[in-house]
Design a protein around this ligand. Structure first.
Ligand SMILES: Cc1ncc(COP(=O)(O)O)c(C=O)c1O
Length: 396
C-alpha cells in the first residue's frame, strides 16, 4: 500500500529515543528494582479541588461541542493571565489546544512547509524534530554549550541562520538542559529575528518551574510581539499532564490563520476541561510552588554530588524538571553510559542523544523522584564513573 510522505518523515522519530525508558519499564514489570529517572512527570497529583471542578462540570452537562477557539470563560482567563505581558491582548490572540504539544504541531503547520528551516537550540525536547519534520521543514540545530549554562547565544544563532530559516523555536525554561533565557538574551535573539524576518515560537510550558532568576517571555518585549507565538499549558504548573489542556498566544492575523487548522484537527475543545483550566488559571493553587521548591532542592543535590564525582561535569539548572550531566570524562558517550548504568546499577536515565546530536556526551536526569532515591541514583552513577576510571587506569 502507498502512504503519504509524512509517515516516512516521522517513521524513525520516536521509538528508538525511548529504548532505555522502555527497557527500564520492562525490568520494573519483571520485578526488578529500578530507579526510573527518564521522563518528566510531576511527582505530585493534580490539586483535588481542580479535579472536583472538572467532575462538577461533567455532572453539570459541560459535555457538548465547544467552539474552535476555546470556551469563553477560559479564553477570558487567558487574556487576563497574559495581559501584564501583552497589554493589548484580546480573545483574538488566543486559541485553546489539548496541550502544548498539539499547539506546537498546529503552530508549526501554520508557519513552515517543505524546504523551510526551524532554528532550535541543540539539545532540544524530544518531540521537536517530529513536529518540525511533519510539516516538511527541517531542524537547523544551534549548539547549546555547557560553558554558557546551555543558554542559547545570539552569535551561535547568527551563525546557524540560512536563507531557508523561517522560525526560531525557543523553550524557556528549557527541557532538557534547565537553561532560562534572560531579557538581554531574548533581546539579542529578537534583534536577529527582526533582521532576518523570522518568527519566534516560544514553548513556555515550564514557566512556573524556575528556581534561579526570573521568567521573561518574548511577549514582554514590544518589538517582538508581532512575530512571537507562545505555547503553554497547565501540564507542569498544575501537575495536570493527563488533562491535555494548553493554548497558543500570538498576533491576531496569525491566530486567524491558525484557527481553521485547529478546527480541522480538533473540531473544538472539551468544555469540562476548559472549566477546570479556567479555575486553575484564576485560582491560587500551591502545586507550582511545591514543585519549584522540590525540583530546585533536587537540582542542587544532583549538581553538588556531580561536582564531587570524577568524570562528570554539571551545571546547576535554573528551572524545569531535569539536570544534564556531561559524562565524556568517563571515556563513554551518553548512550554507552546510560545503558551501562541501567544494566549494572538499575538506574534509568535518558541518553542525551535522544535530544539531538548536541546531547551526545550528556545524560538527562529527571528530578521527579524523592530526594533519597535521587541520592541513591547519584551514588550508583558515581560507581559507574569510578569503574570507568579504574578501567582506564588498568589500560594505561
Ligand atoms: C519542552 C516541552 N514542551 C512541551 C511538552 C508537552 O507539554 P503538554 O503536556 O502541555 O503537551 C513537554 C512535556 O514534557 C515539554 O517538556
Amino acid at each position: 500500500m502507498r502512504y503519504a510522505a509524512i509517515t516516512d518523515r516521522l517513521y524513525d522519530l520516536g521509538g528508538d529515543k525511548w529504548a532505555i525508558h522502555n527497557t527500564a519499564r520492562d525490568k520494573i514489570a519483571a520485578g526488578e528494582n529500578i530507579i526510573e529517572l527518564t521522563i518528566g512527570e510531576p511527582d505530585i497529583t493534580t490539586d483535588p479541588a481542580l479535579v472536583e471542578t472538572c467532575v462538577a462540570a461533567l455532572r453539570a452537562g459541560r459535555t457538548r461541542y465547544s467552539n474552535g477557539r476555546g470556551e469563553t470563560g477560559l479564553v477570558a482567563a487567558l487574556v487576563d493571565t497574559y495581559r501584564p505581558r501583552m497589554p493589548d491582548i484580546c480573545d483574538q490572540n488566543v486559541l485553546c489546544f489539548p496541550g502544548t504539544q498539539t499547539a506546537l504541531y498546529a503552530v508549526c503547520a501554520a508557519l513552515t512547509q517543505t524546504g523551510d528551516g526551524v532554528l532550535i537550540g541543540d539539545p532540544y525536547y524530544a518531540t521537536y524534530e517530529g513536529v518540525v519534520s511533519a510539516t516538511g521543514a527541517h531542524v537547523e540545530p544551534v549548539p547549546l554549550r555547557m560553558e554558557h549554562g546551555f543558554v542559547l547565544q545570539a552569535e551561535d544563532l547568527a551563525a546557524a541562520i540560512t536563507p531557508q530559516s523561517r522560525v526560531v523555536l525557543l523553550n524557556t525554561p528549557h527541557n532538557p538542559t534547565g537553561a532560562v533565557l534572560d531579557r538581554d538574551t531574548l533581546v539579542a535573539i529578537g534583534d536577529l529575528c527582526i533582521e532576518h524576518d523570522l518568527w519566534i515560537v516560544c514553548d513556555e510550558v515550564y514557566e512556573a518551574l524556575i528556581f534561579e532568576g526570573d521568567f521573561v517571555s518574548p511577549l514582554e518585549i514590544p518589538a517582538l510581539r508581532a512575530r512571537t507565538v507562545v505555547v503553554s499549558s497547565i501540564s507542569k504548573s498544575h501537575a495536570a499532564t493527563g488533562f491535555r489542556s494548553g493554548w497558543s498566544i500570538g498576533p491576531k492575523e496569525f491566530s486567524r490563520r491558525l484557527l481553521p487548522i485547529s478546527e480541522t484537527m480538533l473540531f473544538g475543545n472539551q468544555p469540562f476541561i476548559a472549566d477546570m483550566t479556567e479555575a486553575a488559571l484564576r485560582g491560587d493553587f500551591p502545586t507550582a510552588a511545591h514543585l519549584r521548591e522540590a525540583l530546585g532542592r533536587r537540582a542542587g543535590l544532583v549538581h553538588e554530588m556531580a561536582q564531587q564525582i570524577t568524570g562528570l561535569s554539571s551545571r546547576m539548572p535554573a528551572g524545569g524538571m531535569f539536570a544534564m550531566l556531561d559524562v565524556s570524562g568517563t571515556g563513554m558517550d551518553g548512550d554507552a553510559f546510560a545503558w551501562h548504568l541501567l544494566q549494572t546499577q538499575g538506574v534509568a536515565v535518558m541518553p542525551g542523544s535522544a535530544f539531538g546530536a548536541g546531547g551526545r556526551d550528556l545524560i538527562r536526569v529527571a528530578l521527579t523522584v524523592p530526594d533519597e532515591e535521587l541520592r541513591t541514583a547519584m551514588t550508583r552513577i558515581a560507581h559507574v564513573c569510578r569503574d570507568a576510571q579504574e578501567r582506564c587506569a588498568g589500560v594505561a
